[in-house]
Ligand binder design. Sequence first.
Ligand code: UD1
Length: 417
Amino acid sequence: MARIEITGGVPLDGEVWISGAKNAVLPILVASLLGDKPSFISNVPHLQDVTTTMELLGRMGASLAVDDRMRIEIDPRGMTQFEAPYELVKTMRASILVLGPLVARYGRAVVSLPGGCAIGSRPVDLHLRGLQQLGAEVAVVNGNIEASAKRLKGANIIFDTVTVTGTENIMMAATLAKGTSVLENAAQEPEVVDLANFLNAMGARISGAGTNTLVIEGVDSLQGAEYSVLPDRIETGTYLVAAAITRGHVRATRTRPRDLDSVIEKLRETGAEIEIGDDWIDLNMHGRRPRAVDITTAPYPGFATDMQAQFTALNTIAEGTAIITETIFENRFMHVQELQRLGADITVKGNTAIVRGVRELNGAPIMATDLRASAGLVLAGLVARGTTLVDRVYHIDRGYEIIEEKLGQLGARIRRI
Ligand code: UD1
């Protein structure tokens, strides 16, 4: 099984281009099933989760073609199967996103119920309740969600909790419902907005994306669309933290700075000098040790839970003590035990981690547990003295395109073995 070997201690220096956003491309690929014609999606990152999504859509009968620049053409006209089987859902929870489009466009869906995962129980009750409110029959039978509807009907839906994929699922379903739907307490993440823009390019009528209230006027049919996926704000933030943790100087290019306000604010608090252009962010530590920064995760525009592990890593070698509070997922401190193996001083109490900065970390074999946790571990490896071996790299490949090449170009001593 592939591992990443890092010899720490090099301040990163240089430019890194940012890939398309994983959390936007997955729902957008799935949304293309709603159309009567092919869609063309560009700026697609080369990621395991994208491959899994393509496999899922292909098995259902959609035709897919990928060119050498990772532009994907999806033609849903051959759809014959309306199922997402357990073996795919268990490797990628976002498979649940096919539920809304299948019921709305094809009248039925069978999706394996996602189980627990490394970062907590992560239920999908709000997806199911939303679909029911749109008039679908929904039942869980033999571990599968079975949903059906003749034609969905517009409804007023208030989400109990802000849910990103829940909002996306119900928004997609409502595009083809009869009448108007209003989704309140909707997720405001940039990826939700990107999906709404894509759906509108297909002919949907969605307004309010980027606020907590979405209004969706149902239409009878959708076409295909050409769309370029927005840049990945989490990947961007990860490379900026890589610069900060190594006391280096990195410019992230082909990104969208406005999506990173809360991350940039926190990085400035560490003492980083940050310059921002139209599509780039430049972070320079000038060789200084970062200062500790407290973090509390929250739905967008708050501080992203997907950046928590990276900032935990940063705080392990910072000057001072930081309090990290995780409010979105239970059990999202799996990286802490691994960071402790490198010499980090961290105490976890419930959903809070107290990180006392140490002068240095020391390399050790460690294990990736989930996607963002593993990014935090790679970052720690970049500063640890000696060699850090990160096992279970497949978690990283789900969400970071050629991470070892990108870090290598910035001067990191890193290789896949
Ligand atoms: C998405 C992102 C993931 C990110 C997360 C939070 C994708 C593919 N994944 O995951 O990277 O970490 O948002 O920003 O976009 N909840 C319920 N019932 C539900 C649904 C969710 O109680 O039906 C709870 C969850 O347990 C969690 C919270 O709502 O506590 C937020 O989860 P949610 O936004 O749904 O996460 P995902 O959409 O799975």
